[in-house]
Design a protein around this ligand. Structure first.
Ligand code: DGT
Ligand code: MG
Length: 610
């Protein structure tokens, strides 16, 4: 057992068994079928031996063969019927293995996808997309191959070998032992082979994942590559990864070739031993000619399993490396989950958000990102957060829907710690427009209605209007039915932001969080959006991250963040009077501070920092 296996609640085979639920009986039947059809492989040599012996007997007695034709026919027909039966069993058996393996593959894949969907942010920053894709494709196929082929081959080899060995021992134990004595040598060779090949399969699997990650990042980041004209460089980098993968692949497959001659020599020695010892036994009258024929017709049943062992071991090691990767995701647990006694809150929240001495640090980061943050957003209020880039704004708002949890302090919504609510109820009440906008490959309408599948076309239009998105949507070739996202028409940054805002508004959230959502829209449009946000039909607390004074100006409370701490707090006018960081910012963006106090500051240079 390797290290990776130890941390899983089940062994590899226990895990496979778990995922065959519903098809276990079929799998056991298939395994029994393998035993049956391999045992039946002895039929042809057995009957051939019988026929030869019968022929010799007739010869010895001097009878005519015609007089014994019935016995011949009986033997031949039995042989044919059993062979047909065996072929039928083989056929059904292969179908059963395939069916069970596909069933388990389907089940595991669905389960993995579900698992991945439910993971928290930490998971997504730990695993690379290409690596995850490798797990649900290539690695899973190795698992399927194990169920359908490796297990069958193991049973096949063991059955054949055992059946032939037993048959040999019954016929003539001395001859049998002289042949079988050589078998342990093969085990010795294969165990050595396993030791060499195991780390190679692990390395191979890592290289494949690395190469896939590379390809995935480059394909999705192709704009950057093109912008910097780095195609050649990227191709070279991929070529290096590809070469490395190929070399490791060759090395892994050559490993068996190093052991192959030894196995072949041992396997090939068997017929020679049989010829030598068997010949002597016939001469001394110890065995009949028919028995010799049966022995020699069956010697492959001893040789082949021995030859096959290397191949099986190779495939099994591939399965071992791959299954460890799949099981890692299968048994991974999200850290941020519902508390056992989580509070259900299917309805709307009033929308009071309170941060009480919250400090936070990313697990993989060294420095604290947020230090002792305390503020209150009353129901219906607008709280703006402003501060230089990297000061922790996004980190702060991500803790409200519990994407991350504070290291100390508490965050409450309507007086209850957010970690006490059912995650789904909490998150369904929060409309979030993230800083990096991701739209799905779907129509504009589908994207806006993402959070509420029953949204009517009229409502979609209403939210698009509120987000100042209607005008450009109507100019699109197919209006609301235009496909956007990866395969659809391109949208500008500001257009994407507005669709993302409409998507957040469409769920009519109790708490609306906008992370720099109007940074890429022009001043006129921003004004329109601000009006809509003030006149929403539903009550909603708004937490708005912004870089522009024009956005923060109307907020009930403005938090100025610096290096993870709130350095100033108050309304626009209060902060200007204070003459601190905020008022400097106003000067920078608006120019004349007297204009800014109580007036519309968006008239000048608001795009600064946008
Ligand atoms: P922005 O959007 O450029 O205006 O900056 P903020 O204020 O939204 O900054 P934020 O909260 O994204 O990042 C604050 C600090 O935390 C910054 O030093 C980068 C770091 N940080 C952000 N996300 C992660 C993460 O996932 N892991 C680690 N280790 N650090 C992160
Ligand atoms: Mg940010």
């Amino acid at each position: 057992m390797d290290e990776q296996e130890k941390k899983f609640p089940k062994s590899r085979f226990g895990w496979l068994w778990e995922n065959m639920k519903g098809r276990r009986a079929l799998y056991v039947t298939a395994m029994l079928g393998t035993v049956v059809y391999n045992t039946l492989q002895l039929v042809v040599p057995y009957f051939s031996g019988k026929i030869v012996d019968l022929f010799n007997e007739i010869n010895d007695t001097g009878d005519s063969i015609a007089a014994h034709s019935n016995e011949f026919y009986r033997l031949i027909i039995t042989m044919i019927v059993l062979t047909l039966f065996r072929v039928t069993v083989v056929y059904l058996d292969c179908m059963a293995y395939e069916s069970v393996s596909q069933y388990a593959l389907f089940r595991i894949r669905n389960f993995l996808y579900d698992k991945i969907q439910r993971q928290d942010m930490k998971f997504y920053s730990t695993y690379r997309t290409g690596d995850l894709m490798t797990r649900v494709t290539g690695d899973l196929d190795a698992v399927r191959h194990n169920i359908a082929w490796v297990v069958r081959s193991i049973i096949e080899s063991i059955t054949l070998y055992t059946a032939a060995a037993v048959y040999f021992l019954i016929m003539d134990w001395k001859l049998a032992i002289s042949i079988l004595l050589i078998s342990p040598l093969i085990f010795f060779i294969v165990v050595r082979f396993k030791k060499t090949v195991t780390p190679k399969h692990r390395a191979l699997r890592e290289k494949l994942a690395g190469m896939n990650t590379y390809a995935q990042e480059n394909i999705s980041g192709n704009r950057v590559v093109k912008a910097f004209a780095r195609e050649e460089y990227e191709m070279e980098k991929f070529d290096t990864a590809n070469t490395d993968f190929r070399d490791t692949n060759i090395d892994t497959h050559y490993t068996w070739l190093h052991y192959f001659p030894y196995v072949e020599t041992v396997a090939d020695a068997l017929p020679v031993i049989l010829l030598l010892v068997g010949g002597l036994f016939i001469i001394s009258g110890q065995i009949t000619m028919g028995e010799y024929v049966a022995f020699s017709g069956l010697i492959w049943a001893i040789c082949n399993p021995m030859r096959q062992m290397g191949n099986i071991m190779n495939e099994f090691q591939r399965f071992s490396a791959a299954s460890a990767k799949v099981m890692e995701i299968y048994y991974s647990e999200a850290e941020i989950v519902d508390a056992p006694d989580a509070i259900a809150h299917p309805g709307r929240f009033k929308g009071e958000v309170v941060f009480d001495h919250v400090s936070f640090k990313y697990e993989d980061g060294k420095l604290p990102v947020l230090k002792d943050i305390s503020f209150t957003a009353h129901p219906g209020e607008t709280v703006a957060i402003i501060g230089e880039t990297g000061c922790g704004k996004t980190s702060l708002i991500q803790m409200i829907p519990r994407f991350y949890e504070p290291n100390s302090g508490t965050i409450t919504v309507d007086g209850v710690n957010v970690n006490r609510y059912k995650l789904e109820d909490l998150r369904k009440n929060i409309g979030l427009a993230t800083q990096d906008v991701l739209l799905y490959s779907d129509t504009i309408e589908g994207n806006i209605a993402y959070g509420v599948s029953h949204l009517t076309a009229n409502e979609v239009v209403k939210f698009a209007r509120a987000s100042a998105a209607e005008e450009f949507i109507l100019k699109m070739p197919e209006g609301y039915d235009t496909i956007v996202g990866e395969r659809g028409v391109g949208l500008s940054g500001g257009q994407k932001q507005r669709i993302s805002l409409a998507r957040a508004l469409a769920i009519e959230p109790s708490i609306l969080i906008l992370d720099d959502t109007t940074s890429a829209v022009d001043m006129e449009t921003e004004k329109h959006i601000q009006h809509s946000l003030r006149d929403l039909e539903f009550e909603c607390t708004k937490i708005i991250i912004a870089q522009r004074i024009s956005t923060t100006k109307f907020a009930d409370n403005i938090l100025v963040l610096k290096d993870g701490s709130i350095i100033e707090e108050g309304t626009h006018d209060e902060l200007i009077k204070k003459g601190g960081y905020y008022s400097e910012l106003v000067k920078l963006q608006v120019g004349d501070i007297t204009e800014a106090v109580g007036a519309a500051p968006e008239a000048k240079g608001g795009a600064a920092n946008g």
